[in-house]
Design a protein around this ligand. Structure first.
Ligand SMILES: Nc1ncnc2c1ncn2[C@@H]1O[C@H](COP(=O)(O)OP(=O)(O)OP(=O)(O)O)[C@@H](O)[C@H]1O
Length: 602
């Protein structure tokens, strides 16, 4: 069961919450907060990584000044060895910082992924119906990776870079305040230029990521439908649409790269100008005797060293925009609230036995972003007594599946009420409802795992007898006996997983038997089975519906032989409802007309 955090659980039932999306800091840096020990280790590593490069120019200064003063080779060699040791130690500190930061970021990323996954699983079909699997993967994985990559880079390059710049400024100010003031002005100008540049690069970066999410969503959908696309010769159209979506992504990516390259080129010119200025000033001060030659070399080295942290900062700004865009999208996902929620005091459903189902003046439209979707059901009214079975018939798109979804409370109606077991579904707890109601869909999904896992959907069970009984009741008893490892036999994942279409449907029936529901919604498979398998499936359905309330979304009129009541659905309305036998016997009824047209008799 999905558990929501307190904040999530208090969310409104009206969809998107009004509050601001959580910030990057709130999302990742909050999660990233290291423990005391890891924090101290990280701080020491960052300080070492910053201080050691600052020390190196001092050694160069000593080397130059002492060489000019005629120091011996031994002394100069020693200074060179110290220089090498400081350089190696600086790199080692950087490695240790990267190692510590990556470990922390990885843990933090996984915590955010877990939180997002839980949250997404808690959202209802109103949300998931509007999103592709590819989009969800990009949100839960791609955006989180961008955030955690940025968090590591922030520590390595932004924090360490800023510390290094401040250290350099402090050293130069102590050598000569005038040169310090020039270096400060130069850094401020560069900083200002970078902030301006960032404003230009943020929108192009986020457009590029959006386009990439659309591309992945598109690919995911088309790959899932590969069999149908090939069989129906829709390959050319698919390739064309892929070309369109990937071209949009290419354009967004190219523009992003162009903006980024422009920023880097501009910064290179600024660095060259700054270095030339400092070189001229240092040479002038040295020639006037205000500085030693070694100190002039030290200043030049510091000026050259400004380049690396600034370039890294620019690089990180590009990740920062990705991270910001990702954080905004993650924040948007976290701000989504399930529309179908449990009331504070849910009305319990009867524990056992079949449940009555009643639609009273039900109107419905699928939720979309702006709530302007078309009505797909209007004034739907019918009642089923406990244990009765209803067949829903009508043309494609009439609204049959939607009626089934409302019984399962995948959505709440926008008008009227749906009652199950006497309770208005809005007053019930969705989790309890899903224990008492069961759906068998057209496209049976087999999950990678054993036959047992596929029956229990990974819930641990202590006794295999009910599983075998459910398979036998569904008509898969002999199949189970032939399996080499019985219930432990592994099935590959996917729509069929090596099972025939009929076997997959029987497995779905077995899942329903195991759940012992009070209401079964059956979306009859529209694909044809061979007559023997079809007979097996029909027998299984008959056994499943016996003693239960059933709603059969019928794609073949012949399947209706087993139902008590029939509802003819057209244009989102129930245009005829009554006893199957009476409607079939009434030559003036729509149902009798449909039977005549399809030449069905029973
Ligand atoms: N998730 C959805 N989001 C938006 N509109 C939807 C969604 N599912 C169905 N619809 C629309 O609702 C209307 C009714 O669809 P529904 O699937 O209930 O019809 P149906 O009678 O079950 O059709 P079929 O026999 O083809 O399954 C159609 O116009 C359909 O386009």
């Amino acid at each position: 069961m999905v558990t929501l955090t307190g904040r999530e659980a208090r969310g409104e039932a009206t969809g998107r919450a009004s509050g601001k999306p959580p910030s990057v800091r709130g999302l990742v840096l909050g999660e990233l907060r290291p423990g005391r020990r890891a924090g101290v280790a990280l701080a020491v590593a960052v300080v070492a990584m910053t201080a050691l490069p600052l020390a190196a120019p001092y050694l160069t200064r000593a080397f130059v000044d002492e060489a000019l003063a005629g120091a011996g080779t031994g002394r100069l060699g020693l200074l060179a060895v110290w220089f090498l040791a400081v350089a190696v130690a600086g790199q080692a500190a950087r490695l240790v910082t990267a190692w510590l930061a990556s470990g922390l970021a990885w843990d933090a990323g996984n915590r955010v992924r877990e939180r997002l996954t839980r949250h997404a699983l808690g959202l209802d079909m109103g949300y998931h119906g509007r999103r592709t699997p590819g989009e969800m993967i990009e949100r839960v994985d791609g955006d989180v990776a961008a955030l955690t990559d940025f968090a590591v880079a922030f520590l390595l390059d932004v924090v360490a870079g800023v510390l290094l710049l401040f250290g350099m400024l402090a050293v130069v100010v102590t050598i000569d305040p005038r040169l310090g003031a020039v270096l400060l002005a130069y850094c401020l100008l560069l900083g200002y230029g970078m902030v301006r540049a960032q404003r230009r690069t943020v929108p192009s970066g986020s457009r590029s990521r959006e386009a990439s999410a659309v591309l992945y969503g598109h690919m995911e959908e088309r790959l899932a439908a590969a069999e149908d696309i090939r069989a129906n010769g829709a390959g050319e159209h698919t390739v064309r649409s892929f070309h369109r979506v990937s071209s949009a992504w290419y354009r967004a990516e190219r523009r992003d790269a162009f903006v980024g390259t422009g920023v880097i080129a501009g910064t290179s010119v600024a660095f060259a100008a700054g270095t030339a200025l400092m070189l001229a000033l240092a040479a002038w001060f040295a020639s006037s005797g205000a500085l030693s030659v070694g100190t002039a070399v030290l200043l030049l080295q510091y000026t050259l060293m400004v380049r690396t942290p600034f370039e890294r900062l620019i690089g990180r700004l590009r990740e920062y925009q990705d991270a910001l865009a990702g954080a905004a999208r993650i924040g948007g996902l976290l701000a989504e609230r399930p529309r179908v929620t449990a009331p504070p005091a849910p009305v319990p459903l009867p524990e056992n036995g079949p449940l009555g189902v009643e639609f009273q003046g039900v109107g419905f439209r699928y939720p979309d972003e702006d709530g302007s979707g078309e009505r797909v059901l209007s004034d739907v009214t019918f009642a089923l007594a406990p244990g009765e079975t209803l067949g829903l018939v009508g043309r494609t798109g009439a609204g049959k599946t939607t009626i089934g979804r409302l019984v399962l409370r995948h959505y709440d109606p926008v008008a009227g009420s749906v009652r199950v077991g006497g309770a208005d579904l809005r007053d019930t707890d969705p989790a309890e409802l899903h224990r008492r109601l069961c759906v068998v869909t057209q496209d049976v999904q087999i999950l990678p795992g054993s036959v047992r896992d596929n029956l229990t959907l990974f819930r641990p069970v202590s006794d295999d007898a009910p599983l075998a009984a459910a398979l036998t009741a569904a008509g898969l008893g002999e199949w189970l006996e032939r399996l080499p490892r019985g219930l432990d036999t592994e099935l590959a994942g996917g729509q069929r997983a090596g099972l025939s279409a009929g076997q997959a449907q029987l497995l779905a029936l077995a899942r329903a038997f195991l759940a012992r529901p009070g209401v079964v919604v059956l979306d009859e498979a529209s694909s044809r089975l061979d007559p023997a398998t079809e007979r097996l499936v029909e027998d299984g359905v008959d056994r499943l519906l016996a003693g239960r309330t059933g709603i059969l979304i019928a794609h073949r009129l012949s399947s209706l032989a087993r139902v008590d009541k029939v509802a003819v659905v057209a244009g989102g309305r129930v245009v005829e409802f009554g006893s199957r036998e009476e409607l079939a016997a009434d030559p003036g009824s729509r149902f009798a007309g449909m039977l005549r047209q399809a030449e069905v008799a029973w």
